[in-house]
Design a protein around this ligand. Structure first.
Ligand SMILES: [Zn+2]
Length: 188
């Protein structure tokens, strides 16, 4: 696909047609690039973002907010693969693995994460320790799951009266959600 190359300040799209994603900002109904890179249109979600051209690897640091995918759920921890820093479309240039210990899920006592997370859920978490291995927390309102698919039907779960619900099989799920669940648009 032919992708338009833009510099910061270049016009990317009209805000009527698309929402501004990573690497863009909106002003007076027009979406402009805030990064140098290639314009990517997500037609399904009507979001546009700018994929940076730089290949300098990003390393997670303490305090960084990271988007990560759940790979395993144990009795006392959740294992994640870090995808990228929040607001960035660049891959993290490091070990991908992060650990969320059960005591760091929420301020409340949690006995086990098995009912709060599902495999392949996308989680916004914050780095609390990055050496020698990455440990993260989800103990804040804006942290937690931001995207989850039904494990049976592979369609995105939506907020309903009983928690997360699948529109296909009508199963409901209880999960540990960020306060903007379902409203985050980004390249996953
Ligand atoms: Zn389902």
């Amino acid at each position: 696909m032919d992708q338009k190359f833009v510099l910061p300040g270049d016009e990317v799209a009209i805000a009527e047609m698309f929402s501004p994603g990573a690497g863009t900002y909106e002003e007076n109904g027009v979406i402009y690039a805030s990064n140098t890179g290639h314009v990517v249109f997500n037609e399904r979600d009507r979001v546009v973002w700018v994929q940076p051209v730089t290949s300098v690897p990003q390393l997670p640091r303490r305090g960084d907010k990271i988007l990560a995918r759940v790979t395993d759920i144990r009795s006392n921890m959740v294992l994640l693969d870090m995808l990228r820093k929040e607001g960035s479309t660049r891959q993290l240039g490091c070990t991908k693995h992060a650990t969320l210990h059960v005591s760091e899920i929420t301020k409340k006592y949690t006995r086990s994460p098995t009912q709060l997370f599902g495999e392949d859920d996308i989680v916004r978490c914050q780095v609390i320790k990055h050496k020698p291995v990455v440990f993260v927390t989800t103990s804040a309102d804006d942290l937690g799951i931001i995207h989850s698919d039904c494990g049976y039907c592979a369609v995105p779960l939506v907020m309903g009266e009983k928690g997360l619900e699948c529109s296909e099989c009508e199963r409901s799920f209880k999960r540990y959600l960020a306060n903007d669940y379902g409203r985050v648009h980004m390249p996953l």
